[in-house]
Ligand binder design. Structure first.
Ligand SMILES: Nc1ncnc2c1ncn2[C@@H]1O[C@H](COP(=O)(O)OP(=O)(O)O)[C@@H](O)[C@H]1O
Ligand SMILES: [Mg+2]
Length: 287
């Protein structure tokens, strides 16, 4: 590993966190589909650049963010974006507390404020699902200023040196809007493809150490076929989702492969022709 990354890792790993934050430490396990991808992302993190992971559903974006938390032994706060996401859910809110007979107004810090102050990881999932007017509040957090004036308290917050932002998007997915240019411009962007072949086998072996080898081989062959059809433009990309494949494997330990693949993969595809094609592929491998 690059000493640049290793030194930073040693520094972050040496930190200690209180009980309320150790629960935010994540498990690792991401397997890099391209040899350099994992380290290239770590370089972005060590340079304190916000990192954007772009990839289809089930390609391991969340797993990758968790693995970065694990790698640096650094707590991770997650924000899930939706049209309802507002400044309060990012920054926090005011509340009234009774203390020795007096009511006092207190500010409960949200994930962005906590991660900035404590030097944690902030994971912003599906960042392009948020309303365009919500996120500009983060512009000064995401560029070289690394600071925020909290509009609710007027507090000026400078981020801790270890504060790290990782965001994820599923480009072209129904319900998402393209990410605003000013926002996108602040990130270093990485495309996250689906895993295949031997690396996929590696994940499967980690998750299903007692799995039936024949079943695993059949599933991997089906997945290879699906990938080919996706590359040829005959199936939508989600058909090759690693998450769906792992779900199919879990089901197939308790039912025939055909049904497992139907429930875990085929039924999720919007297009009827996609579903039919997929089931035809499966039937060539299992009778
Ligand atoms: N490259 C990968 N390495 C390890 N696990 C992966 C990888 N890709 C997908 N997975 C597994 O697939 C499932 C879905 O991954 P997830 O991170 O939730 O995907 P995404 O956030 O991109 O939708 C998880 O169980 C995850 O462990
Ligand atoms: Mg995810």
């Amino acid at each position: 590993m690059d000493s640049f990354i290793a030194n930073e890792r040693a520094n972050r790993q040496a930190r200690e966190y209180g009980k309320q934050f150790t629960a935010l430490l994540q498990e690792g396990g991401y397997v890099s589909p391209i040899p350099d991808l994992w380290e290239d992302i770590l370089v972005g993190v060590v340079l304190k650049k916000p990192v954007l992971l772009k990839g289809p559903s089930g390609s391991g974006k969340t797993k990758l963010a968790q693995s970065i938390s694990h790698f640096f032994n650094q707590p991770m706060h997650s924000v899930n974006c939706s049209v309802d996401l507002d400044a309060e859910s990012l920054l926090g809110f005011k509340t009234i507390n009774a203390s020795s007979g007096q009511s006092i107004i207190e500010f409960v810090e949200g994930p962005v404020v906590q991660a900035m102050k404590e030097g944690h990881i902030l994971y912003i999932d599906e960042i392009n699902m948020a309303k365009p007017e919500t996120l500009p509040i983060l512009h000064s957090v995401l560029d070289h200023r690394r600071m925020l004036t909290n509009p609710f308290t007027s507090e000026v917050i400078h981020a801790h040196p270890d504060f790290t932002v990782i965001a994820a998007i599923n480009e072209g997915y129904v319900g998402t809007s393209p990410m605003n240019e000013a926002l996108k411009n602040r990130f270093i962007s990485y495309s996250i493809p689906y895993l295949s072949g031997e690396q996929l086998r590696e994940i499967i072996q980690n998750l299903f150490p007692l799995g039936d080898e024949n079943l695993v081989n059949t599933m991997l062959k089906i997945h290879e076929d699906i990938r080919k059809q996706v590359l040829n433009g005959l199936l939508s990309e989600e058909a090759a989702s690693v998450r769906s494949l792992l779900d199919a494997l879990a089901l197939a330990e308790h039912m025939p492969v055909i049904r497992a693949v139907r429930y875990a993969i085929a039924e999720k595809l919007e297009d009827r022709m996609d579903r039919d094609l997929l089931m035809e592929l499966v039937e060539t491998w299992v009778k």
